[in-house]
Design a protein around this ligand. Structure first.
Ligand code: CA
Ligand code: CA
Length: 365
């Protein structure tokens, strides 16, 4: 069963050729066989500790990116919610899509064994520009000449072969132009996994410490910040309207066919929001849910949760697609749940997809 990028309909071609389609195309995930819950999962989990008062001031790197310390700890990763429970909570969801969510199971214990520093915000347009200008790196959407995706109110998906939700790929679109207004304070989009890794490596060399993308486990641990609910702020999808930038009434004005999927109100942003426009979670991290999807380091493994190690799981050893997490400004509440998993090929660039960086403690590895 395929997964949506966010609210994107599923052309038949996508089911047939999931890995050949790049940006807007998400994937083909058949439900995994039922897997036994790890015996360790029966033990009570140690709640994630609150940030320590002695953790000191947030760290700011040479690009002006602010990092907050995330303390080592344990958490229960994934979601045990049944398709029936989700159908009740999300009455507008397509029933066939609920089966896709089996990759969130089993809920399993994960231990993050080392403190780490995580970007308080998604990487911004301004920060990415500093990286490009200082390093000479040419982002993939420019280098390969195919461009990115963008919003064009006159674009009609039904008139294109692939039926992508946004216009592209097109050289007029790139990290500098997603078709809607972005200041230097907005999260950069149309960046590939390879672009994100290149920025992390450059920053590591420059500062002598290790920067990288978070693993999927580190991302969910940091996003939950001790919570066990659908969203860090609770179970009710309505909490998104005051805590995250997702598919709301304002966004639905541009995509009226999906109005029913939107929250009942406005979160204040029809497109991306300047980073930090909503309150942070208990770890002091902003926009873990919504605004832009965030690349993670891992290869995606549909059945990985059934066999992943307890300590610092880092994803399968190989794969074809990389994990992205957290939902975006165009994501419906069902897919903005903290446990939801999605993925794309590493060269995918899209108007909904960005990243944040993790800074390891200690000298560069
Ligand atoms: Ca919004
Ligand atoms: Ca985000």
């Amino acid at each position: 069963m395929p997964k949506p990028f966010s609210s994107r309909p599923l052309p038949a071609l996508r089911r047939a050729l999931p890995l050949l389609l790049a940006a807007a195309l998400a994937g083909c995930a058949t439900p995994p066989p039922s897997a036994p819950v790890s015996p360790s999962a029966a033990r009570p989990v140690q709640p994630a500790p609150a940030p320590r008062a002695d953790a000191g001031a947030p760290f700011t790197d040479t690009l002006g990116m602010r990092f907050v310390r995330v303390p080592a700890g344990e958490f229960m990763m994934g979601s045990a919610e049944s398709p029936q429970a989700l159908a009740k909570a999300f009455p507008h969801a397509e029933r066939r899509r609920l089966a896709d969510l089996a990759d969130e199971k089993p809920v399993h214990r994960v231990r993050i064994t080392r403190d780490f520093w995580l970007g308080a915000h998604e990487v911004t347009v301004g920060q990415f520009r500093q990286f490009v200008q200082a390093s000479g790196y040419v982002p993939e959407s420019v280098r390969d000449g195919t461009g990115g995706y963008g919003f064009n109110p006159r674009y009609d998906p039904s008139r294109t072969e692939r039926g992508d939700l946004f216009e592209g790929r097109d050289p007029r679109y790139s990290w500098q132009n997603p078709g809607f207004a972005q200041t230097d304070e907005h999260p950069v989009v149309n960046v590939t996994w390879n672009d994100a890794v290149a920025m992390a490596r450059w920053l590591s060399e420059r500062e002598g410490v290790t920067y990288r993308l978070p693993t999927e486990a580190e991302w969910e641990y940091a996003a939950r910040a001790g919570s066990r609910t659908r969203y860090p702020a609770g179970d009710d999808p309505q909490v998104l309207l005051r805590t995250a930038n997702t598919f709301d009434r304002e966004t639905a004005l541009r995509w009226p066919r999906w109005r029913a999927q939107a929250g009942a109100g406005s979160d204040g942003h029809a497109f991306t929001a300047p980073v930090g426009s909503h309150a942070p979670n208990a770890f002091g991290l902003y926009d873990m849910i919504g605004n832009v999807w965030e690349w993670c380091a891992d290869w995606y493994g549909e059945n990985y949760y059934a066999r992943s190690p307890t300590d610092d799981p880092a994803g399968p050893a190989s794969g074809k697609v990389r994990v992205r997490r957290g939902g975006s400004w165009h994501t419906w509440p069902l897919y903005a749940r903290v446990a939801f998993r999605n993925w794309n090929t590493p060269e995918t660039r899209y108007v909904l997809l960005g990243f944040r960086l993790l800074r390891e403690q200690g000298p560069k590895r």
